[in-house]
Design a protein around this ligand. Structure first.
Ligand code: NAP
Ligand code: F7E
Length: 350
């Protein structure tokens, strides 16, 4: 049985990748941060009591800031594949906590690679395959469309840290012959997306406004354009990269871009509302440096991996709004039964 270790298993992509690997028969291990509240909501539906079914999914406490625990977990799990999805992944927040972002995203990747370098033995059964979660944010101000040959021009502490992680990964591949792939993934979304990323912030608001639970939706820059795909499609590309004969780097994207304004229009239209009646500007959501236009050219992934996105922009919006409308209806029912529902995250500018 193949064993995979996922750092960042509790995140959006971690949950989809776990489902994908379990369906392929993998034994999945995840690295999870200790939290004062449970943070496994995205995984609870795939978790099975090991006393009843055997250990298909096992969670281990760990943190990319703790190199000793990373080494110990790798020795214990003895993975065939390692997926590094762990990150402080919010671009705007990275301007508020740049040192922490660098410690997790850049140095955290280095810690994991160092642990693997010592564990890995090229040519032996130990030869581990490693996936690094790179980002289109690394292209930043580089003109669209962006491909594997586009030079990086990062525009945030998050993006600078991802560029460092990317080059650590390339260097360890070249220096030590390790099987390392960088995925350069453009924005990918889903009903499991964190609620402070713009797509989910919009679809949550569409649900709540249409159910009378929220007044306005406050946003920043509506002109930014993104290449938005579906997270469930993108985890397959991660896995495909690790199944090739040789390691390489790949852009993963849909090849279409839309503005934040386009997303608002489509999402409010799903419930028969005009976005202009409900969206207001708040400069708190602007970033010190913005990324204006990301549009990916994923020809290499298509030609070499046979990967294509299945879910397009319209279907993605429909799926996310449908999910968040159901959630808002549940909230309204709870409110009707006398439960207090807090407007989550309202005090945070992200
Ligand atoms: P996400 O939902 O924010 O998940 C991030 C994961 O990293 C969570 O499991 C989080 O744990 C974990 N994490 C954060 N800090 C950590 C630390 N110090 N040590 C260990 N784990 C830590 O992100 P995502 O959307 O799934 O994205 C997955 C990866 O792809 C990230 O590296 C992200 O930067 C990158 N990426 C994302 C996109 C996108 O559009 N989604 C595009 C390109 C690249 P908690 O649950 O405890 O917070
Ligand atoms: O912003 C604009 C904002 O936070 C998208 C991460 O997964 O994808 C993500 O980073 C755009 C930006 O994602 C609001 O200014 C307007 O131009 O949803 P976002 P992101 O910054 O593109 C990349 C590929 C990653 O790697 C990252 O980990 O939307 N925008 N108004 C807003 N954005 C937010 N969050 N909130 C607003 O109110």
């Amino acid at each position: 049985m193949r064993r995979a270790l996922i750092a960042g298993i509790t995140g959006q992509d971690g949950a989809y990748l776990t489902e994908f690997l379990l369906a392929k028969g993998y034994e999945v291990h995840g690295l999870m941060r200790r939290s004062s509240l449970f943070n496994t909501d995205r995984l609870d539906h795939v978790y099975r009591d090991p006393h009843e079914t055997g250990p298909a999914l096992t969670l281990h406490y760990g943190d990319l800031t703790d190199g000793t625990a990373l080494r110990r977990t790798i020795e214990k799990v003895r993975p065939h594949e390692v997926y590094n999805l762990a990150a402080q992944s919010h671009v705007k927040v990275s301007f508020d906590i740049p040192e922490y972002t660098a410690d997790v995203v850049a140095v955290g990747t280095l810690r994991l690679l160092e642990a693997l370098r010592d564990y890995d033995r090229a040519g032996s059964v130990r030869h581990v395959r490693y996936y690094q979660a790179g980002s289109s944010e690394m292209f930043g101000a580089a003109p669209a469309p962006q491909s594997e040959t586009t030079p990086f021009y990062p525009r945030s502490p998050y993006a600078v840290s991802k560029v460092a992680a990317h080059w650590y990964a390339v260097n360890y591949r070249e220096a030590y012959g390790m099987f390392i792939c960088n995925g350069i993934l453009f924005n990918h979304e889903s009903p499991r997306r964190g609620e402070t990323f713009v797509t989910r912030k919009i679809t949550r608001a569409v649900g709540r406004i249409s159910e009378g639970l929220q007044g306005k939706l406050y946003l920043g820059n509506l002109d930014a354009r993104r290449d938005w795909g579906f997270a469930g499609d993108y985890v397959e590309a991660m896995w495909l990269m690790l199944q090739q004969d040789a390691p390489d780097d790949y852009v993963v994207a849909t090849g279409e871009s839309y503005s934040v304004r386009d997303f608002c229009e489509a999402a409010f239209a799903e419930v028969g509302l005009d976005w202009r009646d409900h969206v207001a500007f708040d400069q708190r959501y602007l970033r010190p440096t913005e990324v204006d236009h990301l549009l990916g050219d994923a020809s290499k992934a298509r030609d070499r991996l046979g990967w294509r996105p299945r879910v397009g922009f319209d279907a993605l919006v429909t799926q996310m709004v449908g999910h968040d409308l159901d959630l808002a209806r549940q909230e309204r029912a709870l409110q009707g039964a006398g439960f207090f529902i807090a407007a989550r995250g309202a005090a945070l500018a992200s």
